[in-house]
Design a binder for this molecule. Sequence first.
Ligand SMILES: [Zn+2]
Ligand SMILES: [Zn+2]
Length: 335
Amino acid sequence: MTSGFFQEWGEAGIVQIPISMAPPLRQVNSYLLRGPEGVTIIDPGPRTAATEREWGEILRELRLRPGDITSIVLTHHHPDHFGMAGYLQSLTQAAVYMSARSYEESERMWGQGSTVDAALPALFRQHGMPGEWLHQLPAHLRSFIGQVTPFPEVTFVEEGSSILMGGRSWEPVMSGGHAPGHLSFYDQGRRVMICGDAVLPQISPNISLVPDSEPYPLQSFIDGLERLGAYDVSMAFPGHRSPFDYFDERIRLLIQHHEQRLERMERLLQEVPLTGFEVCKTLFGTKLGIHQMRFAMSETLAHLLELVRQGRAAMEETGGDAGFRFRALQQTYKI
Ligand SMILES: [Zn+2]
Ligand SMILES: [Zn+2]
């Protein structure tokens, strides 16, 4: 059944509810599952005036009372997935489940003691980002706090346990790189994977280098893809875009995309040593808003650090304003 608000995937017992969010993604998928244990909402979206209104309309259209919602399950801490959880919990008294690692990350990014609005510009400065971008970062980062307020009271769920949703038992599968502690959920009986942003159709999930978090996020991301690829999946329900039936193929393409990106960066560095920002500019240009520039820089550094980890590049001090630059350690000879 399809309405203006939702689409029912009858065989999987899952209702897909697109929730609005800022461009460029515009929509995040929330999923709703009904079972004898109650109603579960997965990833309710960011908290904004628009999404508060949308959830009111959805509950009316699905003829649900707030008290019918018994669980809110979060794949990861990003505001477009986690943000609304505390607000919905205050309306419904539902339990909110996420991984401990993911909750730690939400505190690092948006908690009261967060220092990321200083630490991220400091990191990007060391890698050559000019002041015109750096100055925009603190306000940009703080702009997400409203979308994640209030924080929910959480119950931790971990790999090796199972979680009941829609009357079925789901296995949490952890991955990283896009978001540390990210959980996907697998229903073996129906071969269905709810995969958040760990695997997306059409879009390559952003690889996020965050100060004091995962040191090699690209390695974590690829490890996660390989773990997810071991599951037999007939239908995948992603955090953005439409559910898809080519999970294995999508994983293979994402791994290939990152291998090609690493090779391209290595070739750039073989010509001349470059700062992270110089590589970022070459790959993504500079006609980006601050949000996309932050993602581009963060992903570029994640790739460069992966080249370092693999012994294909070295990070060395420049002695100048930009603290570091990257140099290729191997030459690729074409025969
Ligand atoms: Zn995400
Ligand atoms: Zn997302």
